[in-house]
Design a protein around this ligand. Sequence first.
Ligand code: GLU
Length: 303
Amino acid sequence: MDMQGILEEIVDAVAPLRGQGSVASYIPSLGGVSPESFGMSVAMADGPVYGAGDWRTPFSIQSISKVFSLALVMSYDYDSIWARVFREPSGTPFNSLLQLEADHGIPRNPFINAGAIVVTDRLLTLTGDAAGSIRGLLRRESGNPAIDVDSAVAASEAEHGHRNSAMAHLLASYGNLENPVERVLANYFDQCALELTCEDLATASRFLSRHGVSSGGTPFLTPHQSKRVNAVMLTCGTYDAAGEFAYRVGLPGKSGVGGGIVAIVPGRCAITVWGPALGPSGNSVAGIAALDEFTTRTGWSIF
Ligand code: GLU
């Protein structure tokens, strides 16, 4: 299969969709990104990496960081996080306080904000530096030691983070945080503000296409855990549109409000797309179209 040719064709095919939708502006420092940007990269499970468009431009990974925090916690703690967070699609906005209250402080899944805050809290207990350990994992898996937090984005999130802060306090009121709210939030904002290119993110996610085996060839997750992370991505990874994403793309995927999406073809590759203009569900419009094209052209949907 001519993977490089396929990616170039897909980037051309989705060009009319670039800029359709709107760039997330509730975090003000994300609002300055060009909506017309678009990049795509594929990291094959056995090594080669391909890319097209703006695949080497760094962007804010936002909620995609939640995949790596979950993977790290599972690698240290096996399955114990599931006593503190459910793993069901939420059917409500990713930052819903109502649902957290109705569920008595147990978030519906680890990829909505409340669930991710619980996972970050656990990672903070386990490592003493949750955002730093996620950055370390991303650097190690991608081979790029320059990966870092965009501190302007982190500061912008903290300044406008009233809802996340309310959620963290609600979690604490239910006894579902182990660390002080302020420390947990600082780590959460930093992990969301990590900046990576499509290339970095595809290579860093590759262990999920390799049944948990890291870039260096050693096991990071067990095959069982890798399967579980992919399953939660499939059911809960794209906000309220996980059904639509499964229908169109047919892969486990995780999106972020920075416009990135990571998708996994188990046994074959990890894919990253980035287009900052988001549709009503909060997912990149051009990004979903590109992944739809990808599984159509390759036949690599899991279904
Ligand atoms: N840092 C963002 C927030 O907490 C992440 C949202 C996202 O990408 O879904 O609002």
